[in-house]
Design a protein around this ligand. Structure first.
Ligand SMILES: [Zn+2]
Length: 440
């Protein structure tokens, strides 16, 4: 159903006004009826217009009077073109100064970007093999690719990330394909990785990794999936404006797409369903939960009552559960990779059992995926005494504090390591004593 978009009309009129203000003359031959310009019926990004002589001709030759065009009239008698083409026709750009031309171009580019933002956001879920290409997208022509042609269900889609997009500020955006090797090497007999995106036209305006604690072969979107089997990683968005709305849309779409069973009965300690108690709403955990919590909760309050277990669940009689950390680890196929990405959530790579996890752990088999240079870090920690980065193997624990080799000495009296700051050295015997053990 076509509707004139008042915001689009404002963008067009503001574009014209701004160009007029930069003292660029109008082209008198292009005398369009400015009051009736709007978004085109065939394409929401194109401007629909009619010239004044055409209105007169229609009256004279066909007896058709258009004051406020119907959808049909707009489709039949109006022209449609891009904002840039419209601006090029509406103004006389021949012979203007280089400065004016620059300003003209900027105004048109900004208006086009603003119009793009009005498009509905479309949701897609892509397999992990697309992750390197999507992360690799960048506006820097020298290094990386501007667009990614993805074959999805037989048809080819071309995705890009706009120049003015906050997604470019993600530390991994535009990095080489090889950095993301590990994402293509998930043990799909145990876990699955997908990437969820929102697009406007062909532009990616939000992206997030979706981790699933299920073999790839078992993912059947017709079957209900449990919320604890899914983790929605950090959701990057194109703009900070309406960021929570965009993140909430992606969050909701993931639940719909994977058919996540968010309504769950309350049970007593022996697992029986308590029929008269309020219902739990349990969402898949999400990195950005605390950014979107209030939005999601608000939506739940206004939701229509739903039928569940033969009774109607009133949506104001419920508790909402969600958190920002995953409830599972992810297995991969190898214990080492040439390159590693920076990871927002699954940032501990256990090389011994080949799993990615979110747990803070100081095992020496662990690599930390916390670099943007393609390397992983040894699992080092700060010495609680001097603050220097120290590997697990070169440190000891003293009263539960992590102390590096330089800050600890061995005390023969106690037969254990003590802090050097607590030690007193005996020059004669060459051994350390703990100051608390001496009568001084
Ligand atoms: Zn130290």
């Amino acid at each position: 159903m076509y509707k004139e978009n008042s915001e689009f009309k404002m963008i067009c009129k503001s574009m014209i006004l701004q160009i007029e203000e930069s003292k660029i003359l109008k082209n008198d031959k292009f005398n369009v009826c400015i009051d009736t310009i709007a978004n085109a019926v065939c394409n929401p990004l194109k401007i629909s217009y009619i010239k004044k002589d055409k209105i007169i001709k229609l009256i004279e030759h066909a007896g058709i009077v258009i004051s406020e065009p119907t959808t049909e009239q707009r489709n039949k008698y109006y022209n449609a073109c891009t904002l840039r083409k419209f601006a090029n026709n509406y103004f006389l750009t021949d012979g203007i100064s280089a400065e004016q031309l620059q300003e003209f171009n900027n105004i048109v580019t900004e208006a086009t970007a603003a119009a793009n933002l009005l498009l509905p956001k479309t949701f897609h879920v892509l397999d992990a093999e697309h992750i390197p290409q999507i992360y690799n997208l960048n506006q820097d022509k020298e290094k990386t690719h501007l667009a990614y042609e993805a074959k999805i269900k037989g048809s080819v889609k071309s995705f890009y990330i706009g120049e003015k997009s906050d997604i470019n500020a993600s530390c991994m955006q535009g990095k080489p394909l090889s950095y993301f090797e590990i994402y293509n090497d998930i043990n799909t007999d145990a876990s699955t990785l997908k990437i969820a995106i929102l697009t406007q036209g062909n532009e990616i305006v939000a992206r997030s990794l979706v981790w699933i604690d299920k073999p790839e072969a078992d993912i059947d979107r017709r079957k209900k999936m449990q919320p604890n089997e899914i983790f929605i990683d950090r959701i990057y968005t194109k703009t900070q404006d309406h960021r929570a709305e965009t993140q909430t849309q992606l969050f909701n779409e993931v639940h719909k797409y994977f058919n996540v069973n968010t309504i769950q009965p309350k049970t007593n300690d022996s697992g029986q369903i308590i029929t008269d108690a309020p219902t739990n709403i349990r969402f898949a955990n999400c990195f950005n939960w605390y950014d979107i919590k209030s939005k999601v909760t608000e939506e739940q309050k206004t939701r229509e009552p739903v039928k569940f277990l033969e009774r109607t669940v009133l949506m104001d009689n419920k508790e909402i559960f969600c958190s920002s950390s995953p409830l599972f680890d992810v297995e991969v196929n190898s214990d080492s990779y040439s390159y590693y990405p920076y990871a927002d959530t699954f940032h501990h790579f256990n090389t011994y059992n080949q799993t990615l996890s979110n747990d803070e752990c100081s095992d020496s088999d662990i690599l930390r995926l916390n670099n943007v240079s393609g390397e992983a870090s040894e699992n080092t920690r700060c010495c609680d005494e001097c603050g220097s980065e120290t590997h697990e193997d070169d440190a000891t624990y003293i009263d539960d504090d992590f102390v590096c080799g330089d800050c600890a000495v061995f005390c023969d009296d106690r037969d254990e390591s003590i802090r050097e700051s607590d030690a007193i050295y005996n020059n004669c015997t060459g051994i350390y004593h703990h100051r608390d053990d001496l009568d001084i």
